[in-house]
Design a protein around this ligand. Sequence first.
Ligand code: T4K
Length: 383
Amino acid sequence: MEDLAIAGAPPAFVDPVHVGRPNIGDRAAFLSRVNDLLDRRWLTNNGPLVHELEQKLARYLGVRHVVAMCNGTIALEIAIRALGLKGEVILPSYTFIATAQALQWQEITPVFADIDPVTHNIDPAAVEKMITPRTTGIIGVHLWGRAAPVDELAEIARRRHLSLMFDSAHAFGATYRGRRVGAFGRAEVFSFHATKFFNCFEGGAVTTNEDDLATTMRYMRNFGFETYDKAVHVGTNGKMPEICAAMGLTNLESLEAVVDANRANHRLYAEAFAGIDGIHLLDYDPTESSNWQYVVIEVDRTFRASRDEIVAALHAEGILARKYFWPGCHNMQPFRELYPHAGLLLPNTMVVADRVIVLPTGTTLPNETVGVIADVLRVLSGA
Ligand code: T4K
C-alpha cells in the first residue's frame, strides 16, 4: 500500500493520463486542407469540405443522408424536433446527460427506462412498461459503442406507433448484426467531439434514409433558410464549420490505426486484469465490428476497495479515470427535481452506475499505464 501515491508515494504520472485524449490523424494532410480553406475564404455555411465529409460519411455508414452539425447535442435537438417528438420520449438514464437535455430543452418529458445490467443498454421490456398515451418516441443509445437492441426496439416502435431514433454518439464504425450503425430507426445521431473515436474538434451529424426528414434538418440547421432571404421552417444555427470538416476528412483516413490501437490496448487490459478477482472488463462482441473506444470495468461488491476508492487511487497516480455515467441522468438537475421518483423504476441503472470505471485508451496511451492500473488494483484487492 505504501507504494501507492494515495498513501504518499510519488505519482506514477506527472502529466495526467486522460480518458478521451483526442486521436489526431495526419497533421500535414490536415494543415494542407486548412491552407486550402483559408485560400478559398469559405469558412462555414455548408462549404465544400462539409459537403465532401457528408458524402464520404454516407458511403462509409451505408445511409442515404448525413446532415453534418456543429455538435452532437444540437444534432440531437434538431433530430428530435424534425421527427416531431413531443409529450414524453423514452430513453435510458444511463447515458451522457446530453441525450436527456436535448429533450428537456424542448420541454419534452424524458421518461427514463431501465437498462440491461449485462449490456448496459436500454432494456426493451422496461421501455414497454414506460409507454403512456403521451409517449411519441424512443431514443435508444448504443452505449460504449455496443449496439442497443435495435430489432426489439423497432418492433415496439412499430407496434405502438412511436418514432424510434438512436443516440449513436459512441458507435461510429460499429455494426449491429453485420450492418453499420447509422441507418437504424428513423434517424441516428453521432457526436464528433474531440473525445470521440472519430473527431472533428467539435461536430456531429444526423443520419437518415428519409429524404424529407433530411431536407427538413438541412433547413433547421441553417435558421430555416431554403435559399437567400427565404426561411421556410423554424431553425437554429447547427452548421459545421469548414475547419471541423477538414479535421473530420483527415481523421477519416486513419480510422483503422485508431481501431488497431484501441483493440491492442483493450487486449493488454484484459491480460493485465485476468487474475484480479472482482474486476470485470466489458468485452466487445467478436462477431461485430467495434471501435473499442471505451475501456469499461465493473467493480464487484466483493472487491475490497469501493469503486470510488479505486478512482481516487488512480487519480492520485495521475490517471484520470472516469465514473461515466454516474449518477445517471435522473440524479442530476433539472431531472432530479422534476422527476424525484424516477430512480424507483431504475434498479439496474443504479447498480451499474455505482460500479463502472472508464479507463484511458487511444493512440497516445502511455505504455506503462495498463501495468500501473493493474498494480493499483492488485494492491487494493489485498491479494
Ligand atoms: N450523447 C452521448 C451518449 C454522448 O456521450 C455525448 C457526448 C453526446 C450525446 C453529446 O455530444 P456532443 O454535443 O459533446 O458532441 C465528454 C465530452 O465533452 C462529451 O462530448 C462526451 N459525450 C462525454 C462522454 O465526455 P465531459 O464532461 O466528460 O468532458 P471533459 O471536459 O471532462 O473531457 C473528457 C476528458 O477528455 C477529460 O479527461 C479531458 C480529455 N480531453 C478533452 C478534450 C475536450 C482531452 O484530453 N482533450 C480535449 O481536447 O464530456
